[in-house]
Design a protein around this ligand. Sequence first.
Ligand SMILES: [Fe+2]
Length: 201
Amino acid sequence: MSQSDQPIRGFKQTAMIEARVNAVQAALRERAPNAEVALQELDHSAQEQWVPRNGARVVARAWTDPAFRQRLLADGRSAVLELGLTMPKHHRHLVVLENTPTIHNVICCSLCSCTAFTLIGLPPDWYKDFEYRARVVRESRTVLKEMGLDLSPAVEIRVWDTTADTRYMVLPMQPQETVGWPEEKLVNIVTRDSLIGVARL
Ligand SMILES: [Fe+2]
């Protein structure tokens, strides 16, 4: 295939996808008039409400409130609901994985792309990628290093494979220099990648 073919192929593919989307939308309008509204609401929730800042709030609270931290580690789902956050019914369990100087946790979904998305946000593209899903289980240390997290050999890496009803979130270690900061300020330093476990703070 010559290079000049590529834009045309790309155009054709885009046109095909658009045609399919139009066909699906037309079928939805005909058979389920409310479906489009429901889809718009879903999209709105995904963009506006299911954001990593939710997980960051949980972490900041855990860092500043030892009793909350205990409840969070014992029963993650109940603890995040306390903060007014939501989880779908089918996310029956939230297991919060506490990083320590000697244990580093990282999450994946080896089957597809499950996450605790109401807390972490929708999964990034690399999380859904077959490469990540397969390799983070087999060679986690190498994958983390490739993603910029070079852990000492003394640190044990634990990989957690999400299931339909059990979701995970990493509780990152609090950077020493931020001890004593107010909760509202701590929220700003917690990243999505640290909640997944492919970064430290
Ligand atoms: Fe999945």
